[in-house]
Design a protein. Structure first.
Length: 200
């Protein structure tokens, strides 16, 4: 049994250097695999050796595995924070686009004697002369870009963390009130900025 443990441990040592490369390359899928293999090894050999030296090595390996799992958790939180941030940005851009449409309609329906004042207000606020087409196209483009950014962030989150992007999470991300999303984001732990510095 001791020989079998040592042989498996040697193979696992190679996985540790592979895990370090995964961290440097931000390779979520392979780091998950390394963590699972290490956890399976540790569970298989837990309490099966009477040798203090081997038990110390197993304890050290379990600590490293916990560190790797913490890196993964930090990466998930980073991706989730990004998706929430992009969702908020999209909602705000959509709101501004609707405001632009409303402003254009207001300008079109305003009495002639009021239009110079409204145009002056617009110039003071935005720094350029009011032109309906420019205003519409500008905010439409911003809203479209923000929508693409959010969908990209969500697809990355779902691709890397399919086991965690369930119906409940999608529903929360689908909220239409930026304040609700900000409150949720404020309750989430912040990702660790130093997770990528882990050395094995």
């Amino acid at each position: 049994m001791r020989q079998e443990l040592i042989e498996e441990f040697i193979v696992l040592q190679e996985h540790r250097s592979s895990a370090q490369r995964c961290i440097q390359q931000h390779d979520v899928a392979h780091l998950k695999l390394a963590v699972e293999e290490m956890r399976a090894f540790l569970d298989r050999w837990q309490g099966k050796s009477d040798e203090p030296q081997i038990n110390r090595k197993l304890a050290a390996l379990r600590q490293k595995n916990q560190q790797l799992a913490a890196v993964l958790e930090s990466w998930f939180l980073e991706a989730l924070h990004r998706a929430i941030h992009k969702r908020i940005g999209w909602l705000i851009a959509e709101h501004r686009f609707r405001f632009a449409v409303d402003y254009i309609q207001m300008m079109q329906n305003a009495p002639c004697d009021l239009q110079p004042q409204l145009r002056g207000f617009f110039f003071d606020e935005f720094g350029y002369e009011f032109r309906a087409e420019r205003l519409y196209r500008q905010w439409e483009a911003v809203a479209d870009r923000c929508e693409r950014d959010y969908k990209k962030a969500l697809s990355v989150l779902a691709a890397d963390w399919p086991e965690r992007v369930n119906a409940e999470l999608r529903s929360r991300l689908g909220a239409t009130d930026p304040r609700q999303l900000r409150r949720w984001k404020a309750t989430l732990p912040m990702p660790s900025l130093n997770s990528w510095k882990l050395t094995l």
